[in-house]
Design a protein around this ligand. Structure first.
Ligand SMILES: [Zn+2]
Length: 154
């Protein structure tokens, strides 16, 4: 920070780094010998932006920092969270045949059976078949495959 003061001889405004306070300097304008005053609230000037600009910056920074943090807390609750009091909501489970293929073994039926039993028969609303295409990673070919979409309450 700088100390801003006037030369007592010629009233030239002088700016000296605060580290120079107490030391004797020669006025560059009238060559009078002056002692640099101690830094105080009236004569201190911060480097770079003025005090007014600093206040604007702080007012801008504080609210943008606080507000999103608060709204994140309310949004943190996942929408598919289990409802209270055993209340069930509709959910969807998509099982693609390609996701169930294991090396030398097609686990699609086992996987679907497992999921159906996890859901429970009374919770199943509907089961629909889907067909989709995908790029096989080893052959780079576009292949068609199938899967099921289970809509259930849970
Ligand atoms: Zn002077």
């Amino acid at each position: 920070m700088d100390i801003v003061f006037s030369c007592p001889g010629c009233h030239q405004e002088l700016v000296v780094d605060a580290q120079g306070s107490g030391s004797e300097i020669e006025c560059p304008s009238c060559e009078t010998s002056i002692t640099v005053p101690e830094a105080d609230a009236a004569n201190v000037k911060l480097h770079g932006a003025s005090n007014a600009a600093n206040k604007v910056d702080k007012q801008f920074v504080v609210p943008t920092y606080d507000q999103p943090a608060e709204s994140l807390i309310t949004k943190a609750r996942p929408p598919l969270e289990k409802q209270k009091d055993g209340e069930k909501i509709l959910r969807i489970k998509t099982i693609r045949h390609t996701d169930c293929k294991e090396v030398g073994h097609d686990a699609f039926d086992e996987r679907v059976t497992e999921i159906l039993n996890q859901i429970g028969e009374s919770n199943i609303v509907s089961i629909n078949t889907i067909s989709y295409s995908y790029v096989d990673l080893s052959t780079k070919q576009l292949l068609a495959d199938f899967g099921v979409v289970i809509i259930y309450k849970g």
